[in-house]
Design a protein around this ligand. Sequence first.
Ligand code: ADE
Length: 230
Amino acid sequence: MIGIIGAMEDEVAQLKKNMEIEETTEVASLSFCRGKLSGKEVVVVRSGIGKVNAAICTQILVDQFHVDVIINTGIAGSLDAEIDIGDIVISTDAVEHDMDASIFGDPIGQIPQMDTFSFPADESLVKLAKEVNEKANPDVHTWIGRVVSGDQFVSSGEKKEQLIRVFDAKCTEMEGAAIAHAAYLNKISCVIIRAISDKADNSAVVDYPAFEAAAIRHSVRLIEALVSEI
Ligand code: ADE
């Protein structure tokens, strides 16, 4: 079973429209939509924004829907001058950038007493997503690298520079690392796939709404093609 967590209402709505829906179940105020997408059994859900919503949603997908793969889609702010609005970033790994226990000697991002700094994506899913995106969205540039997540919409040059310096990440958003964290604890495969909506600096709030429709088109096309290949 494949779980698909979308951050944007419109994106999830489009996936649901393209699905053969078998059942919709409400758990913890979230609406889990089970059925077939591209001929595969999936559960599509909108987690809500932020790390706590994302982690709760992931655990329910594991416990109640028995997913063995989780795909997280949505939009993100670019952390690399070369990565432009409209490009797609596929995660190698994810870090919670707002975790800071550095007073005890841990690097920023390290969750104290955990055996990993970052939460890895499934390597075969990453490879497959890249191949599939090059076919599904041939005009869209695909990047592979670290995603950082925090309960913060990044919209200042200063914060952006700090994230680049500390984490060497490709993009920032607000859920992916929490989903990858929950997937890691449950020993299931996951990948984060994000379309770039803004540059995570002073221009971020202006760019964000303008790009949403195109981001949804690209990510829905990619998700459908990827699900059919899993
Ligand atoms: N999602 C899209 N753009 C973002 C940004 N700049 N910061 C956090 N989450 C985002």
